[in-house]
Design a protein around this ligand. Structure first.
Ligand code: GLA
Length: 711
């Protein structure tokens, strides 16, 4: 029988996805995902060119690395599905049933008759951003329950010339740290079992050619839209082919599909480009248009958050003074953080009792809310809905609402336990309590926290880990539907829940509990690999950073905070007049630029001197841009070299201006500073991008901000 190779394709503005099935009934494989390919591609010629060699001493037939790698193929790659029926049916042979091509989507249906399973893979190529999104549905068509141990959201081949892999690790107070590893024979397992997205491992990975960087190299970035335990595998097969899989990380017996039921995985989003900037820009575009709530397109207000100013000291007079002082700086939204509900004088009690502590607030929150509004600000309130302290009314009444296992004690974390978000009673309780407060105080914004990892997250017997995120999403969605103006921020002891699963319901990330501007440089840079700047909560903190004890200059703190959605987490009551004026200057810069920043293109620049970090934001029409340079420690050379802007319009003329108010600092630390610091110059985009801008001597922890805008 002659083979009849078939091709399917999806095209976006600048990307093509090409699927090849070597025969008409074969499951297709991704043969290309990258720059746009010509229209008329001959399937037989491509199949011939991609035909696999067959080495001696191996299987007697070649094994394609198609979209559903299986145990039964004899492939040395992780199968897309691992599961069984009480030990039986652990191996299956899926065959192609149908391919449904639509405009931007291809749906591939496969069945394994003997195992009574059906598998559907949906691939969608977003027209404008070129982001490829893949999800999988597994259906149990049998008569007995089917236990899933691993079900990949997507299994995709990686380009075989990709040699390195980059992912984001970290800890509390130091999230989104970039880590690189070579791809060699074997399996690189990036797994997080903490039941939340985690500080330790963001559910995203980037692979690329040797030494790929921000601005060079062939790069693929992939991220899983999921806020729970996750697993990504990058592997090199014995024959040199590379594969990537990503999906939920499951506890044993956690996912059992009942007869006739099906389970759909979270979506894996993939971008391809030249340099990491390219894939980040695609991800940012996709997030803005496809993931984030519509309100993130509106002007992003400046926050003032009470946490590091007062912690649990909810004294009404102090709060009022803080509100006044914050308004004076230019804040537009005051957020009353943790400590306003009963017994919450420390983190040992109160979570779950979502009503106002009358012993602290005899008239409820009204005096604070009214004071906030009178000062011209919106009002935001902190919640940690999924959590409960054993020392709370809620726990005393409903100990059965927490996630736990009957036979083992659950270790506390920050003195708290986790509610089982799958229970309708829990959903109703939280919805009613939160909605009542939103209604009473016309709350504009919720800082939605999630401050512990999940351990022994069961319903008494079985793990319910993967049900938690969907329970949280459902509650958020219900609140969003009920209060269309409400804005929700995702916080999880800082940035431990900043994935696209939760960002479909929230539109601001509290990037880190560390407001140390120097540590923030790497934190924010890592964050920006996958997420856009306008939803990145970035506050000006105290001179002495609370988490690190490092003392940092005001300009540096403000410049780093201007990379995201600006806010203050500072005791504004005790600022000098000079500090106030300086901060007001940065507030006015933020107000001047924030509208175009919401749509801007992010450029992280490659620089030779490592402690020097440079980045920029360029408006969509390329008329405006802001460029940041920060010396995160002392630079070995006497001067930091140049900043070479990117993404400008080559033939347009731009004015270059130092807009951070700190020229004096640079003049103090050198005999001479580059002349442009004290005079306005105008040059074409081309000349600026090629020749670059020479920077002044920059001492450790100094930063500067340059405005390059069309004349
Ligand atoms: C977490 C958050 C902080 C703050 C505290 C309050 O740590 O990340 O910003 O809200 O909780 O307890």
């Amino acid at each position: 029988m002659t083979k009849q190779p078939r091709l399917w394709r999806l095209d976006a503005a600048a990307r093509t996805l090409l699927l090849l099935a070597p025969d008409s009934d074969a499951i297709p494989e991704i043969i290309w995902f990258g720059a746009t390919l010509p229209a008329d591609i001959d399937a037989a010629a491509v199949a011939s060119m991609q035909d696999l060699p067959l080495p001696m001493a191996k299987l007697d037939s070649t094994v394609p690395l198609h979209l559903l790698p299986q145990h039964s193929q004899g492939l040395d790659c992780t199968p897309a599905l691992r599961g069984h029926r009480n030990g039986a049916d652990f191996a299956h042979r899926f065959v192609l049933q149908q391919i449904e091509p639509q405009q931007q989507t291809i749906r591939i249906h496969c069945i394994a008759d003997a195992a009574a399973l059906a598998f559907t893979i949906e691939l969608h190529l977003h027209e404008q951003s070129g982001v490829l999104s893949i999800a999988t549905t597994l259906q149990n068509t049998g008569t007995t329950p089917y236990t899933v141990d691993w079900l990949a959201s997507a299994s995709i081949p990686l380009p075989e010339h990709h040699a390195e892999c980059l992912y984001l690790t970290g800890r509390w107070g130091l999230e989104f740290q970039q880590q690189r590893q070579s791809i060699t024979t074997g399996r690189l397992l990036l797994e997080n079992n903490r039941g939340r997205t985690s500080h330790e491992l963001y559910p995203g990975v980037i692979t690329g050619t040797q030494g790929f960087s921000e601005q060079s190299g062939d790069v693929i970035a992939a991220q899983l839209a999921w806020s729970g335990s996750h697993k990504t595998i990058v592997e090199q097969l014995g024959d040199g082919r590379l594969a990537l899989q990503s999906g939920l990380s499951l506890d044993p017996g956690e996912l059992i599909i009942a007869p006739g039921e099906s389970f759909t995985t979270p979506v894996l989003h993939v971008a391809r480009g030249t340099g990491m900037n390219d894939t980040s820009q695609a991800m940012h575009h996709y997030a803005r248009t496809q993931i984030l709530p519509a309100w993130t397109r509106q002007q992003r207000p400046i926050h003032a958050n009470s946490w590091e100013a007062l912690y649990f000291d909810h004294d009404i007079d102090k709060l009022k003074a803080l509100i006044d002082a914050s308004a004076e700086l230019g804040a537009e939204r005051f957020v009353l953080d943790d400590g306003w509900f009963p017994a919450r004088r420390s983190d040992t009690a109160g979570l779950g009792d979502w009503w106002v502590d009358n012993s602290v607030y005899p008239e409820g929150l009204h005096p604070i809310v009214e004071h906030t509004r009178a000062a011209g600000m919106q009002f935001g309130l902190w919640f940690e809905p999924e959590m409960v302290n054993p020392n709370s009314e809620l726990y005393r009444q409903h100990p059965e609402w927490v996630l736990q296992l009957n036979t083992l004690d659950t270790p506390l974390a920050r003195n708290q336990l986790v509610l089982n978000m799958e229970l309708p009673a829990v959903q109703t309780y939280l919805f009613e309590k939160i909605a009542a407060l939103i209604e009473e105080y016309k709350v504009d914004y919720i800082k939605w926290d999630f401050n512990r990892d999940l351990v022994l997250a069961g319903d008494g017997q079985r793990s319910r880990m993967h049900r938690q995120p969907t329970g949280s999403y459902a509650l958020m969605q219900r609140l969003n539907e009920r209060f269309s103006q409400l804005e929700i921020e995702s916080c999880s002891s800082g940035g431990a829940r900043a994935d696209w699963g939760v960002l479909a319901h929230t539109g601001r990330v509290w990037t880190s509990d560390s407001i140390d501007a120097i540590d923030r440089v790497a934190i924010q840079r890592g964050y920006s690999l996958f997420n856009p700047p306008e939803i990145m909560g970035a506050h000006v903190g105290h001179e002495l950073a609370h988490l690190t004890g490092r003392s940092i200059d005001l300009h540096t703190r403000a410049i780093v905070a201007l990379q995201g959605q600006l806010g203050f987490e500072i005791d504004a009551r005790h600022l000098s007049t000079d500090e106030q004026h300086q901060l007001q200057h940065y507030v006015s810069l933020y107000k001047q630029h924030r509208d175009w920043i919401s749509d801007s293109t992010t450029w992280r620049l490659d620089v030779r001197h490592e402690p020097m970090t440079q980045s920029g934001l360029v408006s969509a029409n390329k008329e405006k841009s802001l460029w940041f340079a920060v010396a995160t420690r002392s630079i070995a050379a006497t001067a930091p070299g140049k900043l070479l802007p990117a993404g400008l319009e080559p033939h347009r003329h731009y004015r270059v201006k130092l807009v951070s108010n700190n020229a004096a600092h640079f003049m103090h630390h050198a005999k001479h500073v580059p002349a442009w610091l004290n005079e306005e110059i105008s040059l074409s985009g081309e000349v600026l991008m090629q020749l670059g801008i020479r920077l002044p001597v920059m001492t450790a922890h100094s930063a500067l901000l340059i405005d390059i805008s069309c004349t």
